[in-house]
Design a protein around this ligand. Structure first.
Ligand code: DC
Length: 221
């Protein structure tokens, strides 16, 4: 069974997807982490991020793995644990080069489908319901007002005060929203059959309960 969760940056989808996977005993497919992992490797190897052929070659020579551990999900590239490194600002600021390259996306989608064929999964990203898993048993589109998304992101960053201001986080999210929704390849949009949840005023636990309720019909089968 595949449950698809899409939404913009800071909508809470990673937290929700991780918790749901744990509750249901499903695998968590963090597809943003996959794009981030390849970005990290490209930066390490000094690959030109605008060179689609070089990026494809890199992807073909790279093993991206998502390992479930007691602590959560571990992201490995060629066997090395890069779980924390892929959250660095250098990766966040450059990942759009990778995610907007059609030939790289094709390869990622193939890999995502292969990983999903291994069992029940919660697939989280931007194009899960629209492109990668159009036949997912249930689809959710999580959203929240930008101020709330920025507040969550700023809180998560856990930085010494004033290192990055809340205003800068809002600006950063605006840029990411624009990139995600206006790109030519698999732009972020709600699949027609996805359930829309605005989580601005919802606690994590409320979102989880709501989703579990929606899943009752498919999971009982
Ligand atoms: O969810 P995230 O911030 O970790 O995602 C990192 C980037 O990857 C984000 O800028 C959008 C892109 N992405 C994508 O294009 N398609 C996906 N399925 C997941 C993420």
């Amino acid at each position: 069974m595949i449950i698809a969760i899409d939404g913009p940056a800071g909508s809470g989808k990673s937290t929700i997807a991780r918790m749901l996977a744990k509750r249901l005993g499903f695998k968590y497919l963090d597809t943003g982490a996959m794009y981030r992992a390849l970005t990290w490797k490209a930066l390490q190897h000094g690959v030109d991020l605008k060179d689609a052929n070089a990026l494809c070659q890199l992807m073909d020579q790279t093993a991206i793995e998502l390992r479930s551990t007691g602590d959560g999900l571990q992201i490995c590239i060629d066997g090395a644990n890069v779980t924390e490194k892929i959250r660095l600002p250098s990766v966040t600021n450059n990942v759009h080069f990778i995610s907007n390259t059609p030939s790289v996306r094709q390869r990622m989608v193939k890999l995502q489908r292969t990983l999903a064929s291994e069992g029940n999964i919660i697939a989280e990203g931007r194009d899960m319901g629209t492109v990668v898993f159009p036949h997912a048993e249930k689809k959710f589109f999580l959203d929240a007002e930008i101020e709330e998304r920025a507040r969550r992101r700023h809180g998560e960053m856990n930085l010494p005060e004033n290192e990055i201001s809340y205003t800068d986080v809002i600006k950063d999210i605006e840029i990411r929203d624009k990139r995600d929704t206006t790109r030519d390849n698999s732009p972020l949009r709600k699949s027609e059959d996805a359930i829309y949840l605005n989580t601005t005023k919802m606690l994590v636990e409320e979102v989880i309960s709501r989703i579990l309720k929606e899943l009752e019909s498919v999971i009982k089968k």
